[in-house]
Design a protein around this ligand. Structure first.
Ligand code: NAD
Ligand code: AHE
Ligand code: ZN
Length: 375
């Protein structure tokens, strides 16, 4: 079939809207009609050329929601008409990682996914002249139709609006999951969140759910403060307006009884390695836990004095908030539908696929939280 897509032809160039060829689903695969997709900073990161796994030409996009149109041979858990959220972290429930109970990082198809291919080693997308187009993060939601493995689709209730729940395909789950699954934040905790964009705001919402007392938000852009306060941020620090952001956070957390200071939990949602270091080092001596969420460019490395760890801080990372997609994503959709979490105010812009490059420009200018393409 033919479908419309925004194709990343080359690193650093705008996406090109075009008709592409899409082969139908093979064994174990599912054809879906994408109804909506969010623009995540990771799409921009890969388009910029900073992603060591970036491939071109490819169809980016990994924060979608849609409807099953057709299933391939052997697919048993989905049928046409089902509403689904694509998962860049699948859940096969059979690989050593899934069976370990210790991680959400299913390894069943990670090798081919990183090569921009379906599990059989081929691509379903091509240009009209036959040139193959790579898949992206196993999802490619910047196409109106896409083919995905059955194990990489979460079946969700059919009364949930696509243009909101698409955000659960990455940002919402990553932010809330980082707090609940990865950090395990307790009631009464203190926390610092670096980067108040589409991920950081969901970390803040997760901290509020977990019952954190003090939630310090950090961003270079003062315009992010108002929205973050609505989601539960209690204090705001702009690093460009203080001498030392670490010292400022430690000072905020000192009490009469505790003159050491430092947050119980910190989160990097910027992808900047110096910020990751600051996040670790502003966490409390003896027990502070710092979670890396941000994705850093090829070649970037993190560093700190080992003494920071010797003195009891823990440095962790999280992918998709530690969530097991097929199990957890339908529950998070329920949380949204039951009013336990908010999504609507974070979706600041709705656009057509043809306007997708303007959507990325708004992200660069810091004007948007989440922009959603509605097909
Ligand atoms: P975003 O562009 O919406 O937000 C980033 C925010 O960080 C912006 O508000 C920006 O002003 C702020 N910022 C940038 N540099 C800063 C600095 N030095 N100090 C303080 N604030 C700074 O991006 P997003 O969609 O929220 O994504 C955030 C990061 O998380 C990206 O690196 C993205 O690739 C990554 N991410 C990771 C996962 C995962 O599973 N680990 C999932 C989604 C996104
Ligand atoms: N390909 C990059 C890393 C990109 C990355 O870290 N991706 C996150 C999800 S970001 C979503 O917005 C992730 O889940 N990683 C785990 C995985 O298996 O890809 C690189 O540096 O090579
Ligand atoms: Zn993402």
């Amino acid at each position: 079939m033919r479908t419309k897509a925004a194709v990343a032809m080359e690193a650093g160039k705008p996406l090109e809207i075009m008709e592409v060829e899409l082969e139908g689903p093979k064994a174990g695969e599912v054809l879906i009609e994408v109804k909506a997709t969010g623009l995540c900073h990771t799409d921009d990161f890969t388009l910029s050329g900073a992603d060591p796994e970036g491939l071109f030409p490819s169809i980016l996009g990994h924060e979608g929601a849609g409807v099953v149109l057709e299933v391939g041979e052997g697919v048993t858990t989905l049928k046409p008409g089902d509403h689904v959220i694509p998962l860049y972290t699948p859940e096969c429930r059979e690989c050593p990682s899934c069976l370990s109970g210790k991680t959400n990082l299913c390894t069943a198809i990670r090798g081919t996914q990183g090569q921009g291919l379906m599990p059989d080693g081929t691509t379903r997308f091509s240009m009209l002249d036959g040139t193959p187009i790579y898949h992206y993060m196993g999802c490619s939601t910047f196409a109106q139709h896409t083919v995905m493995p059955e194990i990489a689709l979460a079946k969700v209730r059919d009364d949930a609006p696509f243009d909101k729940i698409c955000y659960i395909g990455c940002g919402v789950t990553t932010g809330i999951g980082a707090v609940i699954n990865t950090a395990g934040v307790e009631i009464g905790s203190t926390a610092a969140v670096f980067g108040l964009g589409g991920i950081g705001l969901n970390v803040i919402q997760g901290l509020r759910m977990a019952g954190a007392d003090m939630i310090i938000g950090v961003d270079l852009n003062d315009d992010k403060e108002e929205m973050a306060r609505k989601f539960g941020m209690t204090h705001f620090v702009n690093p460009s307006k203080v001498d030392d952001v670490k010292a400022a956070i430690i000072e905020l957390t000192k009490t009469e009884r505790d003159q050491i200071g430092g947050v119980d939990y910190s989160f990097d949602a910027t992808g900047n390695v110096q910020v990751m270091r600051d996040a670790l080092e502003c966490s409390h001596r003896g027990w502070g836990v710092s979670v890396v969420i941000g994705v850093a460019p090829a070649g970037a490395e993190i560093s700190t004095r080992p003494f920071q760890l010797v003195t009891g801080r823990t440095w962790k990372g999280t992918a998709f908030g530690g969530a097991k997609g097929r199990t957890d994503v339908p529950k998070i959709v329920d949380w949204y539908m039951d009013g336990k979490i908010e999504i609507d105010p974070m979706i600041t812009h709705r656009i057509k696929l043809e306007e997708i490059n303007e959507g990325f420009e708004m992200m660069h200018k810091g004007e948007s939280i989440r922009t959603v393409v509605v097909y």
